[in-house]
Design a protein around this ligand. Structure first.
Ligand code: SF4
Length: 245
């Protein structure tokens, strides 16, 4: 099984404790206006490589990874579910090596083999761009229905999940959206961590190099106060909803 890889690298403590070997795959059906990696959008670019070769690369590091608890492999993108067979092959072989497996996805598409993929995944980090469907479409070009559907499926499978959201000043910072996010969190007891991340301008040079018009060119990162307020509203809504359940 071969697939298109954007890049791979070894990190320490990027997704919790331990060494993490991250493989970013090519291809994404969304076109987020704030994307830091527009060079991952096209599926058929990057390094076209077999899963066995990729696993051999990982095996070079397994002696070190085994010395630190929770070390493992992270498959991200782009959107890894756009190459579902390749994603499955990588995760399955990593699981056989006894490594912790993590999948980072926007849940924007749900492939036919999702059950197999989730079976060999220990942790799913689900990125939700906006709770309001119309806003989500404006921001990414697609509905958020699959994302919500995947979150519910992961809950039904009792799969450990982190929920991640990027705060975009003047776009996602509205109270109704925060409250919906809090209510979603309350309905997903399988979520062990919620990450509210600030928008960063890391992808600006890539947009320019690719000749793309960056709609968020003038957007600045949110302030600490904006992040704290967002967290306050989200967790208040979560706690209130939980008290009613
Ligand atoms: S899901 Fe991620 S890779 Fe895809 S367009 Fe959005 S930010 Fe970029």
């Amino acid at each position: 099984m071969k697939g298109y890889v954007h890049k791979f690298k070894l990190n320490l403590y990027e997704y919790g404790p331990g060494i993490c070997f991250t493989i970013s795959l090519q291809g994404c059906p969304l076109m987020c206006q704030f994307c830091n990696n527009p060079d991952t959008w096209h599926k058929r670019s990057g390094l076209y490589i077999g899963s066995k070769l990729m696993i051999n690369e990982i095996i070079n590091y397994t002696p070190y990874m085994r010395t630190i608890k929770n070390s493992g492999v992270v498959i991200s993108g782009g959107e890894p579910l756009m190459q579902p067979e390749f994603t499955y092959a990588l995760l399955k072989q990593c699981k056989k090596l006894g490594l912790k497996t993590t999948l980072i996805t926007s849940g924007s598409l749900i492939p036919n083999n999702i059950n197999e993929i989730i079976d060999v995944t220990d942790l799913v980090i689900l990125n939700i761009k906006h709770m309001n469907e119309q806003e989500h479409i404006l921001l990414t070009g697609h509905s958020n229905r699959n994302t919500i559907k995947l979150a519910k499926y992961l809950h039904s499978e009792s799969k450990e999940m982190w929920l991640r959201h990027i705060l975009l000043p003047s776009v996602t910072n509205n109270v109704a959206h925060y409250k919906e996010l809090g209510c979603l969190l309350a309905s997903l007891p399988n979520v062990t961590k919620f990450e509210l991340l600030p928008y960063k301008k890391d992808g600006e040079l890539k947009w320019e190099a690719m000749g793309l018009i960056n709609p968020f060119k003038s957007m600045e990162a949110p302030s600490t106060g904006e992040l704290q307020y967002a967290e306050h509203v989200i967790f208040s809504a979560k706690n209130h909803k939980e008290s009613l359940l």
